[in-house]
Design a protein around this ligand. Structure first.
Ligand SMILES: [Ca+2]
Length: 104
C-alpha cells in the first residue's frame, strides 16, 4: 500500500474541514500512520514465526511417515539439526522479543 493510498483510507487529513492542514492535524495523521506501520511490521513478524513453527512441526511429522526411509534421514541428519536450530531460534526470538516488547 502506498502512502497516498494509506492517507486516502483515513479520509480527509483536514479534520475540521477548513481547507488547511495544520501542524496538529498533520501530527495526528503521522501518528496514525506510524501506528499502522508498526502493526503491519509486528503482524509480518508473527506470521514469520508461525510459519517457522508450522514447518518445524510438519518436518518432524514427515520424518516419522513411511515416505521417508531411514537412509535418507541419516543422510540429512546434519541438515535437519541445522534446520531445527534455525527455525527454533526464529520462534524463540519472536517469543522473547514480543514478551520483552510487551513489558516495555
Ligand atoms: Ca484543518
Amino acid at each position: 500500500m502506498t502512502l497516498e493510498e494509506r492517507l486516502q483510507k483515513h479520509g480527509n487529513i483536514d479534520q475540521n474541514q477548513d481547507g488547511f492542514v495544520d501542524a496538529d492535524e498533520l501530527s495526528t495523521a503521522k501518528s496514525i500512520l506510524d501506528m499502522e506501520l508498526a502493526e503491519e511490521k509486528s503482524e509480518a513478524h508473527r506470521r514469520m514465526a508461525f510459519a517457522a513453527l508450522g514447518s518445524l512441526i510438519v518436518f518432524t511429522f514427515l520424518l516419522f511417515t513411511p515416505f521417508v526411509d531411514v537412509d535418507r534421514i541419516s543422510a540429512i541428519s546434519e541438515l535437519a539439526s541445522m534446520f531445527y536450530i534455525a527455525t527454533a531460534s526464529i520462534v524463540g526470538g519472536y517469543m522473547g522479543v514480543s514478551g520483552w516488547m510487551s513489558k516495555r
